[in-house]
Design a protein around this ligand. Structure first.
Ligand SMILES: [Cu+2]
Length: 212
């Protein structure tokens, strides 16, 4: 999800450039630029599909994403809070140790314009990603999402089976009943803050929470 905000790390770009240079010494400059862009696009697709393939068992880490997120967390602290946008009923489904926890909430856009969520951070987890569960050929698969749009005056529920946050690398002991601070990052450079209640792994819906 950070692809939109941060350039591809230089080392990879240089590697691609070298690779392309070797292949293209006989081609003109314009062609070089096109090929370089294509190589980078292909690499992005590769990274995304490797991620998707590894997501089923929730193993495998996007190291670039992690590095970008660490760079970003300092930035998020300094972002202004978004007016007229709210995250309500936030809860986390806590999974044991190495498995990622999931985050769900109702995102309400009370603005006359669209908002675009491009990332998230949490105070108890070093690695937070925006994911979407989709049904493909009868199978449920998750994939990273770079942008989630909420139309003007609309709300969007992040819920099991749909959009959700995936939280990894807890930086403290997180227990059922805890409250975790969450920030959603908007494309506008603003953030939306929320407090999320940590619930047991077996929780499938926030109904019980919302009824009291
Ligand atoms: Cu996920």
């Amino acid at each position: 999800m950070i692809f939109g905000l941060f350039p591809i790390p230089q080392s990879r770009e240089l590697k691609e450039k070298r690779l392309n240079f070797a292949q293209q010494t006989q081609e003109d400059n314009a062609m070089k630029v096109v090929k370089l862009a294509t190589a980078i696009a292909l690499q992005s697709i590769l990274v995304a599909s490797v991620w998707a393939a590894s997501h089923g068992d929730h193993m495998g880490q996007g190291h670039d994403q992690n590095a970008a997120m660490q760079k970003m967390s300092g930035t998020i602290q300094n972002m202004p809070l978004a007016d007229n946008v709210a995250v309500n009923n936030c809860w986390l489904r806590l999974l044991p140790a190495s498995a990622p926890s999931a985050g769900y909430f109702l995102l309400q856009n009370n603005r006359p314009d669209n908002i675009v969520v491009v990332g998230a951070a949490a105070d108890a987890f070093d690695d937070v990603m925006v994911h979407q569960t989709k049904q493909e050929n009868g199978l449920s698969r998750m994939a990273m999402v770079s942008e989630v749009v909420v139309q003007a005056d609309q709300k969007l529920e992040f819920k099991p089976g749909g959009y959700h946050l995936m939280l990894e690398k807890p930086n403290r002991q997180v227990q059922v009943g805890d409250t975790v601070g969450l920030s959603l990052v908007l494309k506008s450079g603003e953030k939306v803050a929320a407090k999320c209640e940590v619930k047991p792994a077996a929780t499938v819906s926030p109904a019980a929470h919302m009824s009291h």
